[in-house]
Design a binder for this molecule. Structure first.
Ligand code: ATP
Ligand code: MG
Length: 561
C-alpha cells in the first residue's frame, strides 16, 4: 500500500457527528467507536458496497474503533451460501479486517422474538389479522390516518396469537405482528409498521426452526444494539426509517443504543448497481458471470485488473455526503490508471500484428536489450528483450500512402524509433495477391543501438512498440468498453437491458507478446506500451495459452475534461 492508502479517512459530516458523540458530555463519551457492514448475502458485492465498506471500516479505523461484518440474512427467500464466502473474500481483498467479529443476523432470531414479546406485553405491539388487501385499503393517506380493527385487542390475545404464529398454526399472510406507534403519522413507516410476518420457508442457516421472520426495520436496530454498535452508518434511503429505528431501540430493553447516520449512495454512469439488475445480467447470459470484467462487482473489477488501492482512492476522492450524485465511470478508470502508472511494469505487446522485416539485419542473427521495467522506478529493474531481423509491429503503425501528419511508418517516410532498440526507416512492403499488405520492410541504423542515433540527429517519427517474431509468445487479449452505451441505464423506468453496448467486448486472437510475459500469472498487471494497462485473466489464462484483459486504456478521458 502506498502512503496515501494508509492515511486516515478525510473528515466528513459523519465524523463531525461522531466527534460530538464521543466528546465530554456526548452520548458515547468514553466509548469506543463501533460500526458494522451489513450485507445481505443475496448477491456479490459491487463498487457501491465498496463505498459503504470504506465508510464503515474506514470510519472505525479513523477512530481506532471496531467494525463488524454481519450477514443480514433475516429474509429467508433469497440468501445463498455461495455469496457469503465471496463477500468475505471481497472485503479482505479490499484490505479490511473484521477480526473475530463475524455475525449472522439470523443468530439473533430468538432474541428478536423475545423483544417482540416484550413489546406485546408492554402494549406496544399487537397481532393484526388484516389481509394484505384490507391492509392496503386501510393504510390511509397524508390526510387520513390508517386503521386496524385489531389495534386494541388485549395483550393476552396478541401474545397467544404471536406464540401460535411461531408454532406454525397459521398460513402465510394470515396475520402479522405490528408495532403500535401512530396510525396518523405523516411518516408512513411509523403507521403501526409490521415487525413480524409469517413465512413458511426454510432459512439457509436456521432451517425449519422458524416460520415467522422479523422485518428489516425491526431486526436491524436490534442487531446493532446486540453487537454494541455505536454508529450505524447506512445509505440515505433509510433516513425515513430512522424514527422507527430509534423507536425500536427506545422501546425494548436492549443493552445499548446505537445511532443511525445516513449518507448518499454511490452511483456511477454507464452502469447499473442494484443486485437485482446485476443478477439479471448474469442469469440472462449478457455477461459471463458475476466476475465478468465488465461488471461493477468487486470480483469483476478485480478480474479486470482493478487494485484495492485504486478502489479505496476512488471512494476517498468521491467523499461522503448527504447529496446524491453520480460519478463518471471515467473517474473510476482515472483512479486505476493513477495507481497502475505507479506500480505496473512496462512491457511490449502487439495486438494486431503485421510482420516487419529489417532487410539490412542479417538473417539468423539476434541480440538482446536490457529495457527498464519502469521509467521512473529503477528499483523495478530491467528485463531482457530480444531483437532480430523478423519483428512484429501493429498493423496500423504502417500506411502505404500516409495521411497528412502521419508520423509512423510509410515507404520512404519519417525515421522512427523501435522503442529501446534501433532507429529504422521504412523502405516498402510486400502484398498478397489481393493487394493486402502482409509484410512491412525497413532498414535499421546500426549506429543507433538503444534507440538513439550516434550523430544526435532528430528523429521525427514516432517511437513504436515491437516484438521479436522469433521469441514472441501468443495471447488472446480482451478489450473492453462500457457495458452500457446509455449514460443512465439505472434510471427509473428505463429498460436497462435495452441500453447494453453490443460492442463492450472485443476479443483479439493471435496477439504477439514479448517473451518475458510467457510466465505471467494473475494478478500481474503490465503497461503495454502505447496500448494501456493489461492484466492476466485470473480464470482463463494458462501457461502456453495466455489471456490478457485490458484494465484501462492510457488516454485519460477524465483528466481531459
Ligand atoms: P442493492 O440495492 O445493490 O441490492 P442493497 O442495499 O440491497 O444493494 P445490501 O447488501 O443490503 O445491498 O447492502 C449492504 C450495505 O451496502 C448497506 O448498508 C447499503 O446501504 C450499502 N450500499 C449498497 N449499495 C450502495 C451504494 N450504491 N452506495 C453506497 N452504499 C451502498
Ligand atoms: Mg438491502
Amino acid at each position: 500500500m502506498s502512503e496515501k492508502d494508509n492515511s486516515r479517512m478525510a473528515q466528513n459530516f459523519i465524523h463531525d457527528l461522531i466527534d460530538e458523540d464521543i466528546a465530554p458530555g456526548g452520548r458515547y463519551e468514553g466509548k469506543r467507536v463501533h460500526t458494522r457492514f451489513p450485507p445481505e448475502p443475496n448477491g456479490y458485492l459491487h463498487i457501491g458496497h465498496a463505498k459503504a465498506i470504506y465508510v464503515d471500516f474506514g470510519t472505525a479505523q479513523k477512530y481506532n474503533g471496531l467494525c463488524n461484518l454481519r450477514m443480514d440474512d433475516t429474509n429467508p427467500t433469497k440468501e445463498d451460501v455461495e455469496f457469503v464466502d465471496a463477500i468475505e473474500e471481497d472485503i479482505r481483498w479490499l484490505g479490511y479486517d473484521w477480526e473475530d467479529r463475524f455475525y449472522y443476523a439470523s443468530d439473533y432470531f430468538e432474541q428478536m422474538y423475545q423483544y417482540a414479546e416484550e413489546l406485546i406485553r408492554a402494549g406496544k405491539a399487537y397481532v393484526c389479522q388484516l389481509s394484505p388487501e384490507e391492509f392496503r385499503q386501510m393504510r390511509g393517506d397524508v390526510n387520513v390516518p390508517a386503521r386496524s380493527p385489531y389495534r386494541d385487542r388485549p395483550v393476552e390475545e396478541s401474545l397467544d396469537l404471536f406464540r401460535r404464529m411461531r408454532a406454525g398454526e397459521f398460513p402465510n399472510g394470515a396475520m402479522t405482528l405490528r408495532a403500535k406507534i401512530d396510525l396518523a403519522s405523516g411518516n408512513f413507516n411509523m403507521r403501526d409498521p409490521v415487525i413480524y410476518r409469517i413465512n413458511h420457508m426454510a432459512h439457509h442457516r436456521t432451517g425449519e426452526a422458524w416460520c415467522i421472520y422479523p422485518m428489516y426495520d425491526f431486526a436491524h436496530p436490534i442487531e446493532d444494539a446486540l453487537e454494541g454498535i455505536t454508529h450505524s452508518l447506512c445509505t440515505l434511503e433509510f433516513e425515513d426509517h430512522r424514527p422507527l429505528y430509534d423507536w425500536v431501540i427506545d422501546n425494548i430493553s436492549c443493552p445499548n443504543k446505537p445511532r443511525q447516520i445516513e449518507f448518499a449512495r454511490l452511483g456511477i454512469d454507464h452502469t447499473v448497481m442494484s443486485k437485482r439488475k446485476l443478477r439479471a445480467l448474469v442469469e440472462g447470459g449478457y455477461v459471463s458471470g458475476w466476475d465478468d470484467p465488465r461488471m461493477p462487482t468487486i470480483c469483476g473489477l478485480r478480474r479486470r485488473g482493478y487494485t484495492p488501492a485504486s478502489i479505496r482512492n476512488f471512494s476517498e476522492a468521491n467523499g461522503v455526503s448527504k447529496a446524491a450524485s453520480t460519478v463518471e465511470y471515467a473517474f473510476l478508470e482515472h483512479c486505476l490508471r493513477e495507481d497502475l502508472d505507479a506500480t505496473a511494469a512496462r512491457a511490449m505487446a502487439v495486438l494486431r500484428p503485421i510482420p516487419l522485416t529489417i532487410t539490412n539485419y542479417p538473417e539468423g542473427q539476434s541480440e538482446t536489450f536490457q529495457i527498464e521495467n519502469h521509467p521512473k522506478k529503477p528499483e523495478m529493474g530491467t528485463r531482457e528483450v530480444s531483437f532480430s531481423r523478423h519483428l512484429f509491429i501493429e498493423a496500423d503503425d504502417f500506411m502505404e500512402e500516409p495521411i497528412k501528419k502521419y508520423k509512423r511508418l510509410s515507404p520512404g517516410g519519417l525515421e522512427c524509433r523501435l522503442k529501446g532498440a534501433y532507429i529504422i526507416r521504412c523502405t516498402g512492403c510486400v502484398k498478397d495477391e489481393a493487394g493486402n499488405v502482409v509484410e512491412v520492410l525497413a532498414e535499421y541504423d546500426p549506429n543507433s543501438r538503444g534507440g538513439d542515433p550516434a550523430d544526435g540527429r532528430k528523429i521525427k517519427g514516432a517511437a513504436l512498440h515491437w516484438v521479436d517474431a522469433v521469441t514472441a509468445v501468443e495471447a488472446r487479449v480482451r478489450l473492453y468498453d462500457n457495458l452500457f452505451d446509455d449514460a443512465a441505464p439505472d434510471a427509473a423506468g428505463k429498460d436497462f437491458l435495452a441500453c447494453l453496448n453490443p460492442n463492450s467486448l472485443e476479443e483479439l486472437e493471435g496477439c504477439k507478446l514479448e517473451a518475458s510475459l510467457a510466465s505471467a500469472k494473475a494478478p500481474a498487471s503490465f503497461q503495454f506500451l502505447r496500448l494501456g494497462y493489461f492484466c492476466v485473466d485470473s480464470k482463463d489464462s494458462k501457461p502456453g495459452a495466455l489471456v490478457f484483459n485490458r484494465s484501462v486504456s492510457l488516454k485519460d478521458g477524465f483528466k481531459k475534461r
